[in-house]
Write a protein that binds this ligand. Structure first.
Ligand SMILES: NC(=O)c1ccc[n+]([C@@H]2O[C@H](COP(=O)([O-])OP(=O)(O)OC[C@H]3O[C@@H](n4cnc5c(N)ncnc54)[C@H](OP(=O)(O)O)[C@@H]3O)[C@@H](O)[C@H]2O)c1
Length: 380
């Protein structure tokens, strides 16, 4: 087993087998690192996070960061190809070996013939993970059920849950989430979907229930409704990053805190804009380019601030952006497409930004002339 020779920008000191498979472990050993690496991680035995830093989602306990899998099966936006599957499996294995127990997916993830691919891959990766049953059992999948217009009854929503279980070949889902609210355009459907959540919880198909793209007002309504049916609402997932930070996010977080709901931050890297690897002259392929072209040229101050803090701390910009989400009391779920990205994002754990750094970042974020566009399904 040889230590990887890390470049000065290498964010994480994973070890690799001679075949190139990542064998980084939950506990990092300074002795197997290069000098550059040891600057980032102290040279003593040290976990990426301590057991008491794990986070509760209702009855479940998960790692302080999860990984998002929207890209796994999505050709249109994320350029997925089947040839990526081995590398995605390695990415998953590396994450689990390093203590990550939380993975976000959705029944709508995967485009065209890859519909449902993200759930299928996650199920396969869990089954094929070469570790103890205990490690596999600790993995929590949070999937989202789409509020498609043809899912009009609670029974249809329940069937959606069973289809997800089939795709993943699991008996139970960790967190079953309603992907979005139909309150703005089909309020009657919304009630049927809530009843569907109740049914899947009562039948034991999901251990906890959550929502996504709910604003504070609608969150209170569903919380009270589920409570009246004896179902605790355990999580709320929204777009939460330095690129989308503002009064709405602060208000939702306060409501979540008052109700004991765990906030999950999606798109914590602003779809990649906060990683520092894109610029007006270096855009990603596909539809993201259109969005990035409008937003990126206006982000100089925020990106400069992220870069400065990253340099000062010997971290990367992505690590700082994700760490900020953790410091705000949320579980970030950065999307990962490769072992390298997972390695880097794991380096967001095990340290904390100072309160001054958080203020600097938030001041730069507030002054940003452009923010990320809001999800069209986000409610009040
Ligand atoms: N509930 C909802 O409606 C909703 C909506 C959106 C997302 N989500 C969930 O949240 C997860 C994360 O959000 P997201 O995927 O939209 O955006 P994100 O986490 O802000 O960005 C992810 C993308 O950034 C790039 N990236 C990630 N780590 C990197 C690193 N260390 N260095 C350089 N580039 C890196 C990768 O794309 P490239 O390499 O192609 O740049 C990756 O796919 C999703 O996977 C999904 O599970 C939920």
């Amino acid at each position: 087993m040889a230590a990887v020779s890390s470049s000065p920008k290498s964010p994480f000191c994973g070890l690799r087998s001679p075949r190139g498979g990542a064998v980084g472990r939950f506990f990092s050993h300074g002795s197997s690192r290069t000098l550059t690496c040891s600057l980032r991680f102290p040279a003593q035995l040290r976990p990426l996070f301590w057991p008491w830093e794990k986070v509760k989602i209702g009855p479940l306990t998960v790692s302080p960061m999860g990984f998002g899998t929207w890209a796994w099966g999505n050709q249109l936006l994320w350029g997925y190809k089947e040839e990526m599957d081995d590398s995605l499996q390695e990415t998953f294995n590396l994450a689990v070996r390093n203590g990550i127990t939380f993975f976000d997916t959705a029944d709508s993830y995967g485009t065209g013939r890859f519909n449902g691919r993200s759930e299928m891959l996650l199920g396969k990766f869990i089954r094929e993970y070469k570790g103890t049953d205990k490690v596999r059992d600790n993995i929590v999948i949070a999937t989202k059920f789409a509020a498609y217009p043809w899912r009009l009854t609670s029974g249809q929503f329940l069937r959606a849950c069973k289809s997800s279980l089939n795709r993943m070949q699991l008996d139970q889902i960790g967190v079953g989430q309603l992907h979005w609210s139909t309150a703005n355009y089909a309020p009657l459907q919304e009630l049927a979907l809530w009843d569907g959540l109740v049914a899947m919880y009562e039948k034991g198909l999901v251990r906890a229930v959550g929502v996504s793209n709910y604003g504070p007002k609608q969150l209170l309504k569903i919380h009270d409704y589920l409570k009246s049916r004896g179902v605790p609402l355990c999580s709320a997932q929204i777009q939460f990053s330095l690129l989308s930070f503002g009064d709405d996010q602060i208000e939702l977080k306060a409501v979540c805190d008052s109700l004991g709901i765990q906030l999950i931050s999606y798109s914590p890297l602003g779809l990649g804009m906060l990683t520092g690897k894109y610029s007006a002259s270096k855009l990603p392929r596909g539809p993201r380019a259109v969005l990035f072209r409008q937003i990126l040229p206006r982000l100089d101050r925020l990106l400069d601030c992220l870069r400065e803090i990253a340099q000062r701390r010997d971290k990367t910009m992505s690590q700082v952006a994700i760490n900020w989400c953790i410091c705000k009391g949320t579980i970030p779920i950065p999307g990962v497409k490769s072992v390298r990205q997972a390695e880097e994002n794991l380096g967001s754990l095990g340290w904390r930004l100072s309160s001054d750094e958080i203020s600097e970042l938030e001041s730069a974020a507030r002054d940003c002339p452009r923010k990320m566009i809001q999800n069209i399904f986000q409610t009040q």
